[in-house]
Ligand binder design. Structure first.
Ligand code: ADP
Ligand code: MG
Length: 699
């Protein structure tokens, strides 16, 4: 169909008019014919079945009945009037009830005329009633385009109140199909259609809005979901390809003497195979001539730091500088200390720059970066300040990337005329599904193996009432020379309360463990004080660390073997997993104890069960995604990627993979979509690009 008719403003569709058009635009973003055709039902109801009144059951779902109204009366109530109609069929009697719209109903409903009614029933003192039924005279009903599965479209309160019911949307959809003659041109190649046995687009569109059968509906949904995900992947993959072509990167030809020296003589442990593989991937990016844009995913404790260091050493070996940016000061300091130690025997100048660096030191660092004396700078957001300029930044590494927005990521870029290579590291395992659609423009490396000798952390759930037992266990562990974290939630809205919880907790632990040293760290402390306490704990001077979630990210104290999480039901899954990752970093058996009260919501129970059931970050992330939906996952809010029209990023995981596979295949054969057979793809693709919204297709 020519694209023009689909660009017609929705006002022109018969049955719409200015008021409705306004509501459709404001409430559900439907501006054009095109938008309406892409407005998909979120469920379907089976209207193949008709019930007799005598067959109605209490608690039955939505039902459809044929009968007649024999009588209508107004019933006065304290809270207002309601209109009640007697509705009968040959088997019995029920009531229809309206709380509003009385005038219209009285004027329009005909007595003793057969109607089809549809809705939910209530049962009250021996009578079934149906509030605000959908109804239609049987005569009309027979004339309508009728399908077995009735679509239910998403709605809003305002739409419903303004009379744009599901039935109205349905009618508008019919009108749309009539006016456009439903000739929706195909957007996929014949080859793809044959290979995947996809039904034609026009047929899919028809069956998704007016399913002829369950079977056709399934085929229609598959076809449209595939198409949606396919074009997203096509766009992401192509962007990635173009980036590689256009954005030249520094070529790091050698690995350099620092790397060699470190690898041969100072490696503190044997690298895992996963670490080796990832270093190879990075090495090959850095030598390729294109700018690296790589996401390094690795569960907590999988050893990303050493990979980061080795990548930075390659930059240094090619006479470039490198930077490592962390989301918190504690983490930046820890990286600084750790990397300084690892580079002890190398001629490498590493410095630290954070918000609390003193003025004089700051100045010195700024100078050192500009004249190239400093090789590696580690820091927080302070690195993004305009004053920070490099002589030649070759590699920028961002740790725990979900704390930084995309905008910040690109801010690092702008520090050079040629953008540095970028490595983004995250310990929050982003489900593969999501990573693919969110970061399709990044290459992904995964460290999927923990360093050897690690014993899996044992996780248990304990109720607050068992606290004494938990304390006894703590005493045993500390007695063996181990250290312990006790973490309290800190949630902004109730900061004061949380702070009190933390202090109360601290005091009760101090009472219970008079012989041990206790550190406390929370967000309201000065950075210096925090560092001081963290440091005491890291050096083993204190045995117990009482803290809020400030310790969540990255902190590394291998001797700590117990993590107690208070009010664990208040934490999200990814946060629980992050916290747990603070232990299990040494050779000792480690434990995570989730403390809660007895009252738990179903979601909380699922979270606790997931945590006690697995240590696999990816598995946890998938559950998290299912519980919270993609919109809530950290870092995904601004992406817009999840604004899918028909596919569901969680449920349609398999289709997403298929779509990505075929998008890749098409682009490998024909990167610019120039060949004759890819004409449709090119056309659709360029339309999408033109409209800047890759999820609004042109048919
Ligand atoms: P994360 O991926 O969470 O940043 P780290 O880089 O902090 O993990 O590593 C966690 C701990 O494991 C550190 O103490 C580190 O020295 C150690 N480690 C890393 N790689 C190995 C390895 N291949 N063998 C033994 N220990 C390792
Ligand atoms: Mg780390």
């Amino acid at each position: 169909m020519d694209a023009n008719i689909l660009q017609t403003p929705i006002d022109y569709l018969k049955g719409v008019g200015p008021n409705r058009a306004d509501l459709l635009r404001k409430e559900i973003g439907i501006h054009t014919y095109q938008d309406l055709i892409n407005f998909f039902p979120n469920r379907y109801i089976d209207k193949t079945r008709f019930y007799k009144i005598s067959q109605l059951q209490r608690n039955s779902a939505e039902v459809q009945v044929v009968g007649k109204i024999t009588h209508i009366k107004t019933v006065e109530q304290k809270r207002g009037k309601r209109l009640v109609a007697d509705f009968v069929d040959e088997t019995g009697k029920m009531e229809l009830v309206w709380f509003r719209g009385h005038k219209w109903i009285r004027e329009n409903l005909k007595l003793n005329t057969p109607y089809v009614i549809f809705g939910k029933t209530n049962w009250y003192s021996g009578v079934f009633s149906m509030p605000h039924p959908e109804m239609e005279p049987v005569e009309e009903y027979k004339k309508q385009l009728r399908t077995a599965m009735q679509p239910v479209y998403p709605s809003t309160e305002k739409l419903a109140k303004s009379g744009i019911s599901n039935r109205v949307i349905n009618k508008l959809m019919q009108q749309l199909f009539i006016e456009t003659k439903a000739r929706f041109y195909d957007t996929l190649t014949d080859e793809l259609r044959e290979e995947l046995k996809l039904i034609p687009r026009a047929e899919a569109m028809f069956n998704v809005h007016f399913p002829k059968s369950q079977e056709l509906l399934t085929k229609a949904q598959f076809r449209l979901k595939f198409e949606e995900l396919f074009y997203i992947q096509l766009q992401l993959l192509r962007k990635n390809m173009l980036q590689k072509q256009k954005i030249k990167g520094f070529v790091f030809e050698e690995i350099g003497s620092n790397f060699e020296e470190f690898y041969n003589n100072h490696l503190p442990f044997e690298l895992t195979d996963a670490q080796k593989r990832v270093i190879k991937e990075i090495r090959s990016d850095l030598g390729s001539g294109a700018q690296m844009n790589r996401l390094l995913q690795g569960d907590v404790g999988s050893g990303k730091t050493i990979v980061a260091l080795m990548a930075m050493l390659i930059a240094l070996g090619n006479d470039f500088q490198a930077c490592l940016m962390a989301p918190t000061e504690i983490l930046a300091v820890q990286h600084f200390n750790g990397l300084t130690e690892l580079c002890e025997n190398l001629p490498v100048n590493i410095r630290l720059l954070t918000g609390s660096s003193k003025k004089a030191e700051r100045k010195e660092i700024h100078e050192g970066l500009e004249n190239g004396e400093i090789n590696i700078i580690i820091g927080t957001h302070a690195l993004l300040e305009d004053k920070v300029r490099f002589r030649n930044l070759g590699l920028a590494i961002i740790d725990e990337q979900h704390r930084f927005g995309v905008a910040q990521r690109s801010k690092l870029w702008r520090k050079n005329t040629v953008p540095p290579h970028i490595l983004v590291m995250t310990a929050t395992p982003i489900p593969r599904t999501l990573a693919m659609s969110l970061y399709g423009d990044l290459d992904i490396s995964v460290i999927d193996e923990l360093p050897p000798g690690r014993k899996p952390i044992k996780t248990v759930h304990r109720f607050d009432s068992n606290r004494l037992k938990v304390f006894r266990f703590l005493k045993d562990e500390i007695g063996k020379g181990r250290q312990v974290y006790v973490v309290y939630p800190l949630i902004q809205e109730s900061e004061k309360m949380d702070y009190k919880d933390l202090m109360d907790g601290y005091e009760s632990i101090a009472r219970e463990f008079p012989d041990y040293q206790i550190s406390i760290v929370h967000g309201q402390m000065k950075a210096e004080d925090k560092d001081y306490e963290m440091d005491r704990f890291a050096r083993g001077e204190t045995q117990i660390m009482v803290a809020t979630t400030v310790i969540e990210v990255g902190v590394n104290v291998p001797n700590a073997s117990v993590m107690i999480i208070e009010s664990a039901e208040r934490f999200g899954l990814s946060q629980l997993h992050q916290l747990r990752g603070r232990v299990g970093r040494g050779a000792e058996q480690s434990y995570c104890i989730l403390m809660t009260g007895h009252k738990l919501s179903n979601d909380s129970k699922t979270r606790l069960e997931t945590m006690t059931g697995t240590n696999d970050g990816f598995e946890i992330a998938e559950v998290d995604l299912k519980l919270r939906g993609p919109g809530d996952l950290m870092g995904t809010q601004q992406s817009g990627v999840l604004n899918l029209k028909i596919a569901d990023i969680v449920k349609d995981n398999a289709i997403l993979k298929t779509a990505r596979y075929y998008a890749k295949k098409v682009l490998t054969e024909d990167p610019n979509l120039e060949s004759e057979k890819n004409l449709r793809l090119r056309h659709t693709y360029s339309q999408l690009a033109k409209h800047k919204n890759i999820w609004n297709y042109i048919s």
